[in-house]
Design a protein around this ligand. Structure first.
Ligand code: FE2
Length: 190
C-alpha cells in the first residue's frame, strides 16, 4: 500500500522539525507542506474529522504524535463560532480546507515578562481572512495572541491546525480585566 498524503506530510514535518533550530525555521519549512496537503489528495480526511457542535467550534484530532512534538487537528466552525482570545505556547501552521477563516490579532504591550497572569495589556491588531487553500503560521516568544473564527452567516469553515506539541491547552485572556488563565481544551479522537 502506498503512503497517503497524510503519511507523507507527517514524515516531512518530522524531518523539517529535526532540521530546524528555531520555531520560525519550522513554520517556514512546514508551510509549503501544509499547502501541498490542502491542495492535494485529501482522501485521508474521514467523516469523523468533519464533526461539528452547535454549541462551540469543534476540534477533531487527525494525528497526535506519541512524544508530544506534533499534533494535527481538523477544526470545524459553524457560522458565528469563535475562539476566546488565546495564545498557543508553541509554533503552529494553519490551513483552510473549506470556507473563509477569520483571524483577529492582538498585540501584548505591557512591559511584564511573559509569565504574568495579571495587568496584561492587549491592543487590537490586524485582521486576516483566509480562504480555502491558504496557509498561515505563528511562532512563540513573544507568543502569538488572537481570536479565530467564522464570521460568515451561512457557510461553515473547516481548517487544519498543526502544532509543535500535543496542544492540550492554552491561556485565554480577558482583555478588560487584563488577566489570563490556563485552560485545557478537549478534542474528539479519530
Ligand atoms: Fe489560535
Amino acid at each position: 500500500m502506498t503512503d497517503s498524503t497524510l503519511d507523507i506530510f507527517i514524515r516531512e514535518c518530522r524531518e523539517k522539525i529535526a532540521g530546524s533550530q528555531y520555531p520560525a525555521d519550522c513554520v517556514e519549512k512546514i508551510a509549503p507542506s501544509m499547502y501541498r496537503l490542502l491542495n492535494g489528495d485529501k482522501s485521508f480526511l474521514k467523516p469523523e474529522h468533519f464533526r461539528s457542535d452547535p454549541e462551540h467550534y469543534e476540534r477533531n484530532a487527525i494525528y497526535i504524535d506519541d512524544n508530544d512534538t506534533l499534533s494535527l487537528f481538523a477544526l470545524v466552525w459553524l457560522p458565528g463560532q469563535w475562539t476566546p482570545i488565546h495564545d498557543h505556547g508553541t509554533w503552529g501552521v494553519v490551513g483552510v480546507l473549506e470556507g473563509t477563516l477569520e483571524e483577529r490579532n492582538l498585540i501584548r504591550v505591557d512591559p511584564q515578562g511573559e509569565d504574568a497572569l495579571e495587568n496584561i495589556e492587549l491592543v487590537r491588531g490586524g485582521v486576516i481572512l483566509l480562504s480555502a487553500g491558504a496557509v498561515t503560521s505563528f511562532v512563540p516568544n513573544p507568543d502569538h495572541i488572537h481570536i479565530t473564527g467564522n464570521g460568515d452567516q451561512q457557510k461553515k469553515v473547516v481548517s487544519l491546525h498543526l502544532y509543535g506539541i500535543a496542544m492540550a491547552g492554552f491561556h485565554i485572556y480577558d482583555k478588560e480585566a487584563r488577566t489570563r488563565k490556563w485552560v485545557e481544551v478537549g478534542y474528539n479522537e479519530s
